[in-house]
Design a protein around this ligand. Sequence first.
Ligand SMILES: NC(=O)c1ccc[n+]([C@@H]2O[C@H](COP(=O)([O-])OP(=O)(O)OC[C@H]3O[C@@H](n4cnc5c(N)ncnc54)[C@H](O)[C@@H]3O)[C@@H](O)[C@H]2O)c1
Length: 99
Amino acid sequence: MSTQRLEKVRVGIVGAGAMGSVIASFFASHGGYQVTYVCDVVEKQARTLADPFGADATTNVDELISSPKVDLVYIVTPPKFHASMSIAALSHNKHVLVR
Ligand SMILES: NC(=O)c1ccc[n+]([C@@H]2O[C@H](COP(=O)([O-])OP(=O)(O)OC[C@H]3O[C@@H](n4cnc5c(N)ncnc54)[C@H](O)[C@@H]3O)[C@@H](O)[C@H]2O)c1
């Protein structure tokens, strides 16, 4: 049996609305993940979702996407932002999930 300790996958959530909240709860309930960053254009939305997880909050998506604290970017904004945000995150060598 391997004794290697696996690091948690650090998740950045873009879009702190209805689905962003569901996604955050999902990751929080799975031991292999940690929500480390939340972005929303509405600052209060970002903070409200980030604070219970001890995550950073921002209104600037580039800040989240380029952060060394983020391994996986989960994009849950309105669909018109999905393509550009996904490409930007991939260009920073992040894993990307889009809803
Ligand atoms: N609500 C659902 O039941 C449901 C189910 C399946 C899929 N989805 C999908 O999930 C995605 C999000 O839906 P939702 O229901 O959470 O919407 P929502 O309106 O509740 O939340 C979207 C959030 O994104 C933020 N936002 C908008 N533009 C942004 C930007 N440029 N940068 C950062 N944040 C931005 C908004 O301020 C808002 O807080 C959509 O693609 C939707 O189709 C939603």
